[in-house]
Design a protein around this ligand. Structure first.
Ligand SMILES: Cc1cc2nc3c(=O)[nH]c(=O)nc-3n(C[C@H](O)[C@H](O)[C@H](O)COP(=O)(O)O)c2cc1C
Length: 730
């Protein structure tokens, strides 16, 4: 697994803080409901913000002979402590407009108290508080390293909110939700750290003291028209303590958010004012922002941010496990100067290592001396005759992490002899800059006087093994080797299987292809485009077949391969035999119900799912394009196509035979001739579905790209991103 410094830091921090972050997040989710439940209590009074302190004091004084204090909390609930005319003491919430007693303050529930303790200190007192504070700081660093990773992934800070390509569920949502919850997470963590520092007295709040000199201060007999009480809104008050007695030297203590003021009880004159230090302001702000007190909206934001953190823990570890499967490159048996074949690999997340390693082993098994390394380690190779470069593309057409220096090194490192080379690019058609870095490497090698190409650049979509095998055949031919690939078997699946009865199986046609019809023995919901997963007894490895649905039956088109375990098994089936398999929904390759128009493009057995689609959804106008070898190849599917045309569920059928005439015609050629249909479908929010070989898909996409850029001024990536073009190729 290749790791950049930022990804390494992000991962290490996540592992180091996992336990604390997990506990703090779970308890944080619960505690986010506390301010929400407080706000739901019936103590909020309409338009309380219109009252000033003077009005409130008058209202309370009219109703009660003695008032001890009035408080306004973050929810803007007004509470007070008063003595009534009959000498009863009342403590609780009041209506500030009428001074009516509303009810006692409810006790905080035991559950919230327990959760708060767990959240603050894990019941470990000082040590616990320290670790929670540290966890908060580590989470802050995780958010920062995560942001750097997103910026690098999106190729720059300006593109941070640009569209993210959805290749993998965990990766996609990790990035999308990471961007959205970045600010709330930074606020939660920084305020958490601040509150911890405060608890440990690492930040101290030093308040100034009041000084009042009654000897030298002369007070007005009568209150002036304006004083601090009638210029201060009640909602600005935190606490107002009433004078202890009627003695002139007893005063009001008015605590506001930013200052504490002593006020003369008769004149309303300010006797002393102490502004709170910045620390107090920040402490109050931290508490409000960390807890969400007083704001349902912010509490919900905090709740969502905590739920997102839980998802990041899950998706982050899932991605790490997936990436760990992409082991490192193999250990070299030969030195760089002894080897005839040099393999250089560029990879960001290690996916390309599997094929590069299989190739390395294959070449060694062929008796050649081989040396494998990453592209950044490019150096002199005294005995090299062949260079093979495997590289992915990352960011927006950029080099993967272990290949960033290759092009510079290529220019500066002198080679003594001439070396033949071939470049294989791993990428994804979902990106505009498809295999761009491989293209740059190929171009740089072309310009180098010591390198001559023995094959054209090969681009490979989604690590397709079949395209890689096709490339390997060509390489074997030009180099004169017989390298074959032994790929690690994916994990054997042990899913609960469903049973299907064989309704019909055709004989093999000229292309060794047949059609199999299966019927589920129990009711199963599925549609054309879903996948049938089969796990043959010999190896238990999952094989996926794209299926068509007709009359509640499954239609699959299969090509029998000489050593194909599953295709041989399917071909051995007879009517009424029972097959164990699993139907997997494949929503990315189903024909949307409401689509007005659809173009279905396939070659060979890729027509399978379309055999169902062309016989259903009569409301959708469908145009089928199919490429096969000869007219006889078509006979297998003729009855399905005729039925679609007869019942008007298929509007047109366009066929290309590659072997029927002198000039080879492929499906992409007939697509290119029907630009009007393609343009109309792209313009009218229709869909284009492609099923078959990856090689065909690449050619068809090139043609579609030409049509979309010339007729609609949009690159094909736009339609792929917006799922107007759907592909299921192998
Ligand atoms: C963030 C990101 C950016 C990518 N950018 C491109 C790109 O610009 N062009 C491309 O063809 N493929 C792109 N890909 C696809 C990868 O090249 C492809 O998944 C490849 O198989 C990864 O192999 P690796 O793990 O060995 O790096 C990108 C993938 C990711 C996750």
């Amino acid at each position: 697994m290749t790791l950049s410094i930022w990804r390494y830091s992000h991962l290490t921090l996540a592992i180091a803080s996992f336990v604390f972050v997990f506990l703090a997040t779970i308890t944080g989710i619960v505690l986010a409901f506390q301010p929400i439940s407080e706000q739901m209590q019936p103590f909020k009074i309409e338009s309380v913000n219109q009252l000033d302190v003077d009005q409130t004091i008058t209202t309370f004084k009219d109703k009660y002979p003695e008032i001890i204090n009035i408080e306004v909390d973050a929810n803007q609930f007004v509470s007070a402590s008063v003595i009534t005319a009959d000498g009863t003491s009342l403590n609780g919430y009041f209506n500030p407009k009428t001074a009516a007693f509303l009810g006692e303050k409810p006790e905080i529930s035991v559950f919230f108290k327990f959760t708060t303790n767990l959240h603050r200190s894990l019941f470990l007192k000082g040590i616990g508080r320290f670790f929670v504070g540290l966890g908060s700081f580590l989470l802050f660093l995780i958010a920062i390293t995560g942001s750097i990773l997103i910026i690098k992934r999106q190729s720059g800070i300006k593109r941070i909110f640009a569209k993210v390509v959805n290749e993998n569920f965990s990766q996609y949502w990790h990035v999308v939700l990471g961007r959205l919850s970045l600010i709330p997470i930074i606020i939660i963590t920084l305020t958490g750290v601040y509150l911890s520092l405060l608890k440990f007295d690492l930040i101290s709040e030093k308040k100034q003291k009041h000084t009042v000199d009654f000897q030298t201060t002369a007070f007005a007999e009568k209150q002036p028209d304006t004083n601090i009480f009638n210029t201060t809104r009640l909602t600005e008050v935190v606490n107002l303590e009433f004078p202890f007695s009627e003695d002139e030297e007893d005063y009001y203590i008015l605590k506001l958010k930013d200052k504490e003021v002593l006020v003369h009880q008769y004149s309303g004159q300010v006797l002393s004012q102490v502004d709170y230090p910045m620390v107090t302001f920040l402490s109050n702000l931290s508490l409000t922002w960390h807890t969400g007190k007083g704001s349902i909206v912010w509490s919900i934001v905090l709740l969502i941010a905590c739920l997102n953190i839980l998802f990041f823990i899950y998706s982050g570890f899932k991605m790490t496990i997936e990436r760990r499967k992409n082991k490192a490159l193999p250990k070299n048996k030969f030195t760089k100067d002894k080897a005839e074949v040099i393999i250089l690999v560029g990879s960001e997340t290690g996916q390309s290592y599997a094929l590069a390693t299989a190739f390395y082993k294959g070449v060694i098994a062929n008796g050649k001396t081989v040396y494998i390394s990453d592209l950044n380690s490019y150096t002199t190779y005294k005995n090299a005759k062949q260079l093979v470069v495997f590289t992915s593309t990352y960011g927006d057409g950029e080099a993967p992490v272990n290949a960033k220096n290759f092009i510079t090194l290529l220019k500066s490192v002198p080679q003594e002899q001439t070396i033949k080379y071939a470049v294989v690019g791993f990428g994804s058609l979902k990106y505009k800059a498809y295999c761009k870095y491989a293209q740059m490497v190929d171009a740089s090698l072309q310009l180098h006087p010591n390198f001559t190409p023995n094959l054209q650049l090969q681009k490979i979509h989604n690590q397709s093994q079949s395209t890689f095998k096709d490339w390997l055949q060509q390489w074997n031919t030009v180099v004169g080797t017989n390298v074959s690939l032994v790929l690690d078997n994916p994990a054997i699946k042990t899913k609960k299987q469903q049973t299907f009865k064989v309704i019909n199986k055709t004989l093999l046609n000229v292309d060794n292809t047949f059609v199999l019809q299966l019927k589920p023995t129990k009711k199963i919901n599925f549609i054309s485009g879903d996948l049938l997963a089969v796990y043959p007894k010999q190896d238990g490895i999952e094989r996926l077949y794209s299926i068509g649905k007709m009359d509640n039956q499954i239609v699959i088109s299969v090509k029998k391969h000489e050593f194909g375990v599953c295709s041989t098994y399917f071909n051995s089936l007879e009517k009424k035999d029972v097959v164990n398999a699993v139907i997997k929904p494949n929503p990315t390759f189903n024909l949307p119900n409401k689509t007005k128009r659809a173009v279905l493009i396939a070659n060979g057995t890729g027509i399978g799912p379309f055999l169902g689609m062309i016989n259903t959804n009569p409301q959708t106008e469908k145009h089928l394009f199919w490429g096969g070898r000869t007219k006889q190849s078509l006979s297998l599917y003729q009855k399905y196509i005729d039925s679609g045309l007869q019942h008007n569920t298929l509007s047109s059928f366009n066929v290309a035979f590659s072997q029927a005439q002198k000039e080879k015609i492929y499906v992409q050629d007939i697509v290119a001739k029907n630009q009007a249909i393609i343009t109309q479908v792209l313009k009218d929010d229709g869909v284009i579905m492609i099923c078959g070989s990856v090689a065909m898909q690449n050619h068809v996409l090139e043609v579609l790209n030409h049509i979309s850029t010339t007729k609609l001024q949009q690159p094909i990536s736009y339609y792929l991103d917006n799922k107007v073009i759907k592909t299921d190729c192998y």
